[in-house]
Unconditional design. Structure first.
Lengths: 505, 539
């Protein structure tokens, strides 16, 4: 055994490829649980598929008769490119792929097969250089130590400091480097080696560019602005839609403002819909303004008496997303595709002006009045138009920001409804991710008292419901100016009050 | 509309402005379109210089209204209300509207001139009556106060001022001025508030809309003999910030600064409005994306097919106990002899003078001072960014000779702001009106665009990249200017008297170009015509 340095190089490459192989597996598992949720399930299936794909790779190596070294170089390059780009690809394609799982498991299979080819090929390359017992002992030692290193590096260094996208590019670079090294050690110096070296350098440049651009990819997906990993980000003509996910908590942000957390949105949406709707057992037609996530509609459909729901949301991208993405459809129970639901993409003001139908109940779930354009959706002018589509005796409920943080803004919504000829029943609820949150139930006539809650609620019962209508002194009514188009008092209250707290909803 | 469409690179603007490329951050390929818009100048000049052929045919209606501005449209509306429906309205421009003209494109409607009306008070039942008819006032509350349709009230925020590199809310200077300046402004506003409630020795309000409903107290009328600037100095209002504000207001309403308009006119601006509403403060205004074009549009709808555009009336003479008007119809290419029992001349007085005859053309009717204006509509991909207060309806820059811009999409109810149209106003008052008119007539579109963008750039550094289109209109005789003596030397009141069966109706006759004045003048002229035709004593 004369070529000791060669042997050492090849053995250390086992170490590197083992680390790389496990990193890809961890990246895929982590991404799958970010993007699809249910981390136990995702990790388990990803590991299973990956290991069996490695088995397929090892089995396929049996069909290789000669040229092991050349194939090994090719495999290194392929693993480097596919594995290196996998995280970026999965992030970028999540929103576009018709079936994300096909893409995800396709990538895992491909990387697994390639990684499965590596060790058998390497064993055969080294078989003449070492005794069999030493060969097996050393290769598997490096393999397992590499795996240990990867499993420690991944959570402690890579994810927190580099992030998933950059980490996978980095390990892609290492794979290609091993390929180039092998080429140098075992290559024949002929034309094939020269051209493969060119390919390898090109791939290094490509992956290096990806590594450098990872910041941009992350910025594009707004990873830097959110504490949790961003799993979806897109600008529609109307807003920036961002979904984040961490430890099973899926969050929707519109223009950087949290809309819901999947952990406690049931509190928000049960409280939005039922305290009002459960008092109208004969209601048939319900209008939802805003609420393109379909979560309010999910709650409305719990009432058997409801025949038809019209949802008016400005942004077709929102309703498309909440009709097509598995995770989101699971969250809203497919409410937007219910045969009882009609989705309209229009701005509420114009839609109301043209509407001819009458509704027995209306849910108004707009973004908070954080600017003068949105503030117009909370004015006497708006509520007068809304009043025209309510059937006699019908009621509406308005999400009305936090009575704790923005006490005057909350009571301003109540005052505005009163100034528009409504009788109001303001109430509030605690939603952990939002804090104390307020709603105003309003009708032209007193609302019947009898409450009939639908089955299957996680939060509301009759007692909870009754307690929500009581306001402790620190949130109780304060005098305010009704919000009109020509004074925009609500936006002024809201800005002043929310500017005092550092985090916005 | 005579629009010349063209495109040019921003480099072209920079070069035209003589500012060099760097001033604009020239970007290859960045371009916008637009052109000069406005009255058919060939038709206008032909009217001025004569040369229309003699009529070859005849037409007749009971009454003829000449001029389709607000006063003419108001006269026509009132004739209908009095049951006199056999009238015809003739207008030089393709469409009636006058100073309330407006345009529209894919982004928004926008004004070309007047763009708001302050809430009317008790002085002007003509205005409240029209507002009730058009649904601007929807009802009255228990106290009898008018409830306005909220969408038409100017949405908040209404005004902002760019001063010292920042936008501040409101037009009255607040920041970067000393306590002395602030208290001078407060004292001035308190004085104006006092004058708003003041009455003359005849018991009439000191300042009223329309002008003719103001007190004739000689002590008050004496204010028409000095300039507003002189009055301010005499009263000890010497604060720079206050004088800027007073000057801005005069230029905004009269097209001339405080050193050219009379003190009576200047004080009228601040002290004549006593509007009231159940759902808005009294000093509010109503406005639309098309400005007062919305009102002109409603009045046109009422007129139905009885308006003819591109019709130049070049002679008005008594004939057979009635009146005969010679009319060049540009679209027909022929002149028509139009006979009527009475005529309402709802045109500026210098135009009326040319129609009535040569002796009038040299007389007092031709003596008015008319302010030339430039108005531009800028179509932008999005609202331009700026430091400080967010965009308002009226946006004024302290260190600019322009009056700033009004946002046509401000009244939009869409929750997400997108493309917009800004209407930019500039009275051409730095040189005497006749010279300014000549200079403006010779100036090209590129030169206007360069000036406008350079003026907006300090407040909106990125604006040039957002511009898609700029259309520019020059109003040679934008409005009568209330120079000292014009309102109360007796001449104005004499001009309002009818010539036999020719009646006059124009905001000129009130001495200032206001929607309310035009509406009242037109309504009055129609009532005079009705009285004359009914055989009662005339006006």
């Amino acid at each position: 055994m004369t070529d000791r340095p060669t042997r050492l190089l090849l053995l250390s490459s086992v170490f590197v490829i083992a680390t790389c192989g496990l990193v890809y597996e961890l990246v895929a598992g982590t991404l799958a649980s970010y993007l699809l949720g249910d981390s136990v399930m995702q990790f388990s299936t990803v590991i299973g598929v990956y290991l069996s794909a490695m088995g397929v790779g090892s089995w396929l190596s049996g069909f290789v008769v000669r040229g092991e070294a050349r194939l090994f170089v090719r495999v290194q390059f392929l693993v480097g490119v596919v594995g290196g780009c996998s995280a970026a690809l999965l992030f970028l394609l999540f929103a576009h792929a018709a079936s994300f799982r096909v893409l995800l498991y396709g990538l895992i299979l491909l990387v697994g097969i390639l990684v499965g080819l590596e060790i058998p090929l390497l064993l055969r390359i080294l078989k003449d250089r070492l005794e069999f017992k030493d060969l097996v002992a050393r290769v598997f030692t490096f393999d397992y130590i590499g795996a240990l290193l990867a499993s420690l590096l991944f959570p402690l260094v890579l994810v927190p400091h580099l992030g998933l996208v950059r980490s996978s590019f980095l390990f892609g670079i290492l794979n290609v480097a091993v390929g180039l090294l092998t080429l140098r050690v075992l290559g024949d110096g002929g034309r094939w080696s020269a051209s493969m070296r060119g390919v390898g350098i090109l791939l290094l440049a490509l992956l290096g560019a990806g590594f450098a651009a990872s910041g941009k990819i992350m910025a594009w997906s707004e990873q830097s602005t959110f504490s949790d990993p961003v799993i979806f980000a897109r600008s529609s003509p109307y807003q920036r839609i961002v979904l984040t996910r961490a430890a099973g908590d899926l969050r929707l942000h519109l223009n950087g403002n949290l809309q819901f957390s999947s952990r406690d949105e049931y509190r928000y949406h049960e409280a939005l819909v039922h305290p009002g709707l459960a008092r109208f057992p004969r209601a048939r037609d319900v209008l939802v303004l805003g609420g393109g996530d379909g979560l309010a509609v999910r709650e409305i459909l719990r009432h058997d008496n409801i025949r038809h729901v019209v949802l008016v949301d400005l942004d077709p991208e929102m309703t498309r997303l909440f009709r097509s993405q598995e995770l989101l459809v699971k969250l809203n129970a497919g409410s937007l595709d219910s045969p009882k639901v009609t989705v309209v993409n229009a701005d509420a003001f114009s839609w109301l002006a043209a509407a001819t139908n009458q509704f027995d109940f209306a849910v108004v779930d707009f973004p908070d009045p954080s600017n003068f354009s949105l503030g117009k959706l909370y004015t006497t002018a708006f509520y007068e138009r809304l009043g025209r589509v309510l059937a006699p005796g019908a009621a509406c409920v308005i999400q009305s920001t936090s009575p704790m943080v923005a006490r005057r803004a909350f009571w301003c919504v109540d005052q505005t409804l009163r100034a528009s000829g409504f009788v109001t029943e303001p109430y509030h609820v605690y939603v952990p991710s939002f804090g104390e949150w307020g709603y105003v139930l309003a009708s032209r006539e007193p609302i019947p008292d009898h409450l009939r809650l639908p089955p299957g609620l996680r939060f509301l019962d009759a007692d909870t419901c009754a307690s929500m209508f009581r306001f402790p002194p620190d949130m109780d009514r304060v005098p305010t100016e009704p919000n009109r188009l020509n004074n925009q008092s609500l936006v002024r209250y809201f800005e002043e009050e929310w500017s005092k707290v550092t985090t916005t909803p | 509309m005579n629009t010349r469409r063209r495109t040019f690179l921003k480099a072209g603007i920079a070069a035209a402005a003589g500012l060099g490329g760097s001033a604009f951050g020239v970007r290859a390929g960045g371009s916008f379109t637009g052109g000069m818009v406005g009255v058919d100048s060939a038709l206008g000049h032909r009217f001025r210089d004569g040369g229309f052929p003699e009529p070859t045919s005849s037409e007749a209606t009971e009454i003829l209204v000449v001029g389709g501005g607000i006063s003419g449209l108001a006269a026509a509306r009132e004739l209908d209300r009095l049951g006199l429906r056999d009238w015809k309205l003739l207008e030089l421009e393709p469409e009636a509207g006058g100073n309330a003209a407006s345009g529209r494109n894919a982004v928004s409607e926008f004004p070309w001139g007047a763009h708001y009306v302050p809430l009317p008070g008790h002085d002007t039942p003509e205005v409240t009556g029209l507002f009730e008819e058009l649904g601007i006032i929807v009802r009255r509350d228990a106290r009898g106060l008018p409830v306005y349709r909220e969408e038409f009230l100017c949405h908040d925020p209404q005004e902002r001022l760019f001063v010292d590199g920042r936008w501040q809310e409101g037009l009255v200077p607040q920041f970067g001025i000393g306590a002395a300046e602030r208290s001078a402004i407060a004292a001035f506003l308190a004085r104006m508030e006092e004058l708003r409630g003041a009455r003359g020795n005849d018991g009439k309000p000191a300042f009223a809309v329309p002008v003719d409903r103001s007190s004739r107290d000689p002590a008050l009328l004496a204010l028409d003999r000095e300039t507003f600037a002189a009055w301010l100095t005499r009263e000890g209002f010497t604060s720079t910030a206050l004088r800027w504000y007073a000057d801005y207001c005069c230029r905004d309403d009269f097209g001339a600064g405080m050193d050219r308009v009379s003190a009576w006119a200047g004080l009228h601006y601040f002290a004549s409005r006593r509007g009231e509403a159940a759902n808005a403060p009294g000093h509010s205004v109503v406005t639309w994306p098309s400005g007062n074009g919305w009102l002109a549009g409603r009045l046109r709808e009422g007129a139905g097919g009885r308006c003819s555009g591109r019709a130049a009336v070049f002679r008005v003479v008594p004939a057979d106990g009635g009146v005969e008007a010679w009319v060049w119809h540009a679209d027909r290419g022929a002149s028509v002899r139009h006979r009527a029992k009475a005529v309402v001349l709802a045109v500026p007085q210098f135009v009326a003078a040319r129609m009535i005859g040569p002796e009038e053309a040299a007389g007092p009717r031709a003596g008015g001072v008319y302010a030339p204006w430039m108005v531009a509509n800028l179509t932008l991909r999005s609202m331009p960014l700026g430091r400080g207060a967010p965009p308002a309806w009226d946006n004024v820059m302290r260190d600019s000779r322009s009056l700033g811009y009004v946002v046509a999409t401000h009244q939009s109810l869409h929750p997400v702001p997108r493309a917009t149209v800004l209407t930019y106003y500039q009275p051409l008052d730095e040189i005497p009106p006749a010279e300014a008119r000549r200079a403006a007539a010779e100036r090209g579109w590129e030169s206007w665009c360069a000036q406008i963008l350079a003026d907006l750039r300090p407040a909106h550094p990125g604006i040039a990249d957002l511009v898609e289109r700029i259309d520019v209109r020059v109003w040679g005789h934008g409005m009568a200017c209330p120079v000292p003596g014009w309102i109360w030397d007796g001449r104005r009141e004499r001009l309002a008297r009818p010539h036999g069966r020719v009646h006059f109706a124009h905001s000129d006759l009130g001495g200032m170009s206001l929607f309310e004045e035009a509406l009242v003048q037109g309504t009055r002229a129609a009532r005079d015509v009705a009285a004359q035709l009914a055989g009662k004593a005339g006006a």
